[in-house]
Ligand binder design. Structure first.
Ligand code: FES
Ligand code: FES
Length: 394
């Protein structure tokens, strides 16, 4: 844990955080400031935008420890801010929001433009807001709202501040202690990533996963058939997007590769796993680890599963528990929420492929390609917004 001292919405905060904690998680989970939304968690959608030393920043890809000594302002800290109040009125008047999921980030970015732009230039506003994605409104109302606030304020004789009121030179949050903290984070990650491959074995030893989640899938075949297929390692690998065997498997040991692409980072984890199965309980456990030689990331994990009769006759419910630890550059994407969302969609593909396999219809299977977070992103956003409104798709 790393000590952290910063100012959030005008209050001095002292805390102790894990070096890999994102600023968004720190304010949401640690300070209960949930107005900062999380959409993509890749620095793409802008839903998590906050002010860091007065400058808009993506809190999902900003590590909390790098903000030591910084001033953080979340949307809650702008409750009584005059510009934000004018923007809120303008957003309402111009129908610049529907679901409102993107709106906190939109308001933070828009406020920065209202402070800095001399004129309500549509082109500059569009460029300035291009880092904030909205899947509802089509942007016309948003641009109109920002333009109107700039025009009204300049008409009232309120001048622009071209530097946005920055008090310090350099990137947002660039204080000397923060630089030292950032260096410490990088060296920790590098040390973990450069650990010898010998540590990445299938032995469980004293492995304690950094994160866990549970998942279940329903398959339209009876438990005996599903359990038998889960014992066929080659068939399971063929059903899992991104997975491939690198050597002939034995019933209790497998060597393979898992290709993952998250944002700009691609990894191919190569490793081994040990398999244990118990026919009497229709359960099994797979433990193993892999290393990505190119990106210097590594992963260890344990997967336990149990095949139960499903609700409908002739169907099965497969309960899965996953524990994992990611190290190296991919660790920044290892947050439980994101991994669980990706796993949900991976599980859906896996269940479909499993059923196709059990039907004997390999041709109908979805191709087991690289597991790509980019291709899952919009499905993920749709699922999250659907959950927000209590329905599966929006
Ligand atoms: S940019 Fe941070 S959640 Fe999308
Ligand atoms: S109003 Fe922007 S995402 Fe719904």
């Amino acid at each position: 844990m790393t000590p952290l001292s910063l100012t959030v919405n005008g209050h001095r905060i002292g805390a102790s955080v894990e070096p890999r904690t994102a600023l968004a998680d720190f304010v949401r989970d640690g300070l209960n400031l949930t107005g900062t939304h999380l959409g993509c968690e890749h620095g793409v959608c802008g839903a998590c935008t906050i002010l860091l030393d007065g400058v808009p920043a993506r809190s999902c890809i900003t590590s909390a420890v790098s903000c030591d000594g910084a001033e953080v302002t979340t949307i809650e800290g702008l409750d009584n801010d005059e510009i934000t109040a004018e923007l809120r009125d303008a957003f309402t008047r111009e129908h610049a929001l529907q679901c409102g999921y993107c709106t906190p980030g939109m308001l933070v970015s828009a406020r920065d433009l209202v402070v800095r732009l001399e004129e309500p230039c549509e082109k500059r506003i569009r460029v300035g807001m291009s880092g904030n994605l909205c899947r509802c409104t089509g942007y016309v109302g948003i641009i109109r709202a920002v333009r109107s606030v700039i025009a009204e304020r300049r008409a009232r004789g309120i001048p622009a501040e071209p530097d946005g009121g920055r008090k310090t030179f350099g990137p947002a949050g660039a204080h000397e202690p923060a630089e030292a903290a950032a260096r410490a984070v990088v060296s920790t990650l590098m040390r973990e990533a450069l650990q010898p491959a010998a540590t990445q074995t299938e032995d469980e030893g004293d492995f304690i996963p950094a994160a866990r989640f549970e998942q279940s899938l329903t398959v339209a075949f009876p438990p005996e058939e599903v359990f038998a297929l889960l014992g066929d390692v080659e068939a399971v690998a063929a059903c899992l997007p991104g997975a491939a065997l690198t050597a002939p498997p034995t019933p209790d040991r497998v060597e393979g590769e898992m290709r993952v692409k998250i944002g700009p980072i691609a990894a191919a984890f190569r490793g081994t796993a040990r398999i244990a199965r118990d026919r009497s309980t229709h359960s099994g456990r797979i433990t193993g680890g892999g290393i990505d030689a190119r990106g210097r990331s590594s992963a260890r994990g344990a997967v336990s599963y149990r095949v139960l009769p499903g609700d409908a006759p002739g169907t099965s419910l497969v309960e899965v528990e996953v524990g994992y630890t990611l190290s190296g550059v991919l660790a920044q994407f290892g947050r439980p929420g994101l991994v669980k969302d990706l796993a949900s969609r991976l599980t859906a593909d896996f269940a479909g492929n499993l059923e196709a396999k059990l039907s004997g219809g390999d041709a109908a299977m979805a191709p087991a390609q690289e597991l790509s977070a980019a291709s899952l992103l919009f499905g993920l956003l749709r699922a999250r917004l659907g959950a927000l409104f209590g329905r599966r798709s929006v």
